[in-house]
Design a protein. Structure first.
Length: 162
C-alpha cells in the first residue's frame, strides 16, 4: 500500500542541508561590515573643523584689518580639514557625509556680539587638544591626518592669532 507522504531520501536531505549552509555563508559574506570604532571620533573632529571654520569666518567679518587675514586663513584651513575628514569618513563608510560645507550663520543685531579672535583661539585650543589625544589611537593615514590637524590648530592659536 503506497504511503500518502512522499519519502525524502538521505541524499535529498544532505543536498538540501548543504544548499542551505552555502546560502547562509554567502548571505553573511555579502552583509556590510561594521564601521571601524574610530568613526565616531572622526565625526567629532569633522564637527569641530566645521565649527572652527564658521567661527573664524564670523570673527573675520567683525575683526580689524590687521586680524582679518589670519582669521580668513584659519577659516580656510579648517574648511580644508573638514573636507579631508569628510572624504576619509566617506571612504570608510562608503557613503557621503551629511554636508561638506560648514553651516552658515549670520550675525544680526538680535544675536550676541560676534566672536572675537580670543574666541577663535579658544576653539582652536579645544580642537588641538581633542586631535592630540586622538592621533596616537589611530594608525596610518588617519593618524597622520589627525596629527596634522592637531599641529595646525596648535600653531594657529599660538602663533597666527596672538
Amino acid at each position: 500500500m503506497p504511503s500518502a507522504l512522499p519519502l525524502v531520501s538521505r541524499r535529498r536531505m544532505l543536498l538540501g542541508t548543504a544548499a542551505l549552509a552555502a546560502l547562509s555563508v554567502t548571505s553573511a559574506a555579502c552583509g556590510k561590515s561594521p564601521p571601524p570604532p574610530e568613526l565616531d571620533d572622526l565625526m567629532t573632529q569633522l564637527d569641530l573643523a566645521r565649527s572652527d571654520s564658521q567661527l573664524a569666518s564670523d570673527a573675520a567679518t567683525a575683526a580689524g584689518p590687521a586680524q582679518k587675514p589670519a582669521l580668513a586663513a584659519v577659516s580656510s584651513a579648517r574648511s580644508e580639514h573638514a573636507q579631508a575628514l569628510s572624504d576619509e569618513i566617506a571612504r570608510i563608510t562608503g557613503e557621503t557625509t551629511a554636508s561638506t560645507a560648514p553651516t552658515t550663520t549670520s550675525t544680526t543685531p538680535a544675536q550676541a556680539t560676534p566672536p572675537t579672535v580670543r574666541d577663535v583661539a579658544a576653539a582652536l585650543r579645544k580642537s588641538a587638544d581633542s586631535a592630540t589625544s586622538l592621533a596616537p589611537q589611530l594608525s596610518g593615514y588617519r593618524a597622520g591626518l589627525v596629527g596634522s590637524i592637531a599641529a595646525y590648530c596648535t600653531a594657529a592659536f599660538t602663533v597666527a592669532l596672538t
